[in-house]
Design a protein around this ligand. Sequence first.
Ligand SMILES: [Fe+2]
Length: 218
Amino acid sequence: MTAATAGLVKSNESKIASIQVHIDQAIENLLASLPSPGQLSAEERRGIIARYTAVLEGNFIYWMTGAYISVGSDEARAKIMDNLREEVRDCHPGMMRRFAIAAHAIPTDADAQAVYRNLMNVRLFIGRLSAVPTVVTMAFFEGFIQRFMPYLAELARRQGSAEMEYTDVHGVCDVTHTQELFRALDAEMALVRPMPEEEMFEGVELLRTLIENIVVNN
Ligand SMILES: [Fe+2]
């Protein structure tokens, strides 16, 4: 390795580290903003589970597929395909639906309407098939989901549910998985020109707004 390539590797490593810090901070901020389950009414609890289901059940695999189509490196493709395989093989949309049914929180027309605009914004962003911002967004999403599961499970418990397969499966902290995801991001970043922060985190911002919309119906 020449001094020049060593410098390049190092600068990419520090770039990845700073993206990870940005994502972790965005997740922490969202978690800190969650209302305490004990202060929510039954209808508020139902609404959060229903809007979350309205977004996740029909979109997670679609967005992950968008990420698969957008990436150009073998590392990223392999990582995303592992994820897609698990989603389909273990029928995660079905798991999500069972979770909502058991918590008496099947999404209604009004729940779907409540998230319509912010959901559409994320859909359109994914549709642009821009590899790096999409992988960054999915890393944020997966990181958030994993940390959100104890909260979602608590809401369901308070709704009288004991069906926790969805939150159990998605709440596992998988360090290897996260590392692989950031290695995939590293491989993708090597293929594209450097981009401004605004472009890099556009999807994270849109998704953060959607999650806030799920938690607080406004
Ligand atoms: Fe899943």
